[in-house]
Design a protein around this ligand. Sequence first.
Ligand SMILES: [Mg+2]
Length: 461
Amino acid sequence: MIGGSINKNGLLKVRATRIGQDTALAQIVRLVEEAQGSKAPVQRLADRVAAVFVPAVIIIAIATFLFWYLVGFDLFGNMPAPRFIFSLTAFISVLVIACPCALGLATPTAIMVGTGKGAENGILIKNGEALERAGNVQVIVFDKTGTLTKGEPDVTDLMPIDGSENELLFLAASIEKGSEHPLAKAIVRRAEHMKVDIESPIDFQNLPGRGVKATVGGSIVLLGNRTLMNESKIATDAHEADIQSIEEKGRTAMLLAKDSRLIGIIGVADVVKPTSAEAIAELKRMNIEVVMLTGDNRRTAAVIAKELGIDRVLAEVLPEDKAKEIAKLQTEGKVVAMVGDGINDAPALVKADVGIAIGSGTDVAIESGSIVLIKNDLKDVVAAIQLSKRTMRKIRQNLFWAFGYNTAGIPLAAGLIFPFFNVLLPPIIAAGAMALSSVSVVSNAALLKRYTPEIKREGKR
Ligand SMILES: [Mg+2]
């Protein structure tokens, strides 16, 4: 039951399974808030610098006071203030202008805007660390089923031997109507999509391991594999090449016979998501190595990998070995990201430097990933990396500005310009400069709001 549901007639009984803090929305809000409050590793660098910076500034301020009070004051004639006041003014100016608040703001402001920007684009970043690491990823490992592919079969081939495509679909969908089998659902869905009217089958028989049999429109119809056709003495030899061409692509070939004659072949397979190839191509352009990791058999994996342009394939990997494969890549000294949707991907998502979970995937995967893609679109993997790079660039700019103000300001405040202009930087101007550095750092971070990841821009390539 989703918002906007309409009850046309009758009585609806609705049970709320999750309320308040447990709803998906509340969880998303919490994830984003946690990320915004978390420290990125680069922040720890800023903290370390600040720990040295503060005592250094105090020492410089004291040295400034002592210099002017004991030596400097006597070097020049016509001083604008008494000895003690003059020395104290320089001391205060140094302390004020060196205030490292811009340094403290540089990272958190950018992380906050960056994670918010991610959420806006359907990319939930759970912590600052994930946001920082995403930009440094060197290898991305993709799960196959449900991540690169849709995770459910679709009709890929319609080969009528006798009659039209619509006739073939009409018979196949009618006989499979009501079946819960994923292959059957794929056929019915295609028929509905092509607006083919479906009949209800009579004398429906499920023949396990072979297919189905029923009467549709007065004819006996069979739908299944070679074994079913052979058992019913229906010749398939003349069309063996077509059947094999489907099977070579890692698809399932379903044969349809009507009144003891083969009238068509339907290919069904789990197909790749429409944007997967574009995302992979973009990652390769960004010099990121792409690997496919799947429990599926080598042949199917190879077909999908070839379609998407993935060169490195690890197939027939047991669920418990997926994390080990990630660890193996990490021992090569690489920063590894894992993208997955299933329960079997969860350990690999945690093991990877950056775990990216598909939002339509299982709860366990979502819990294990440090980045969650709400839309089922792999282009968001690219967008997350681009956003990370841009945010890190902002942080570096911010740190530069924060340090820049301080290092440029301290000598001025200490009285370096006095010998030339006979004035000392007044503390009030020092305070203004100090505040301006914070303003410039915050405004620079806010500029990130206007950023759109390159792959999401209109008319891109
Ligand atoms: Mg999967």
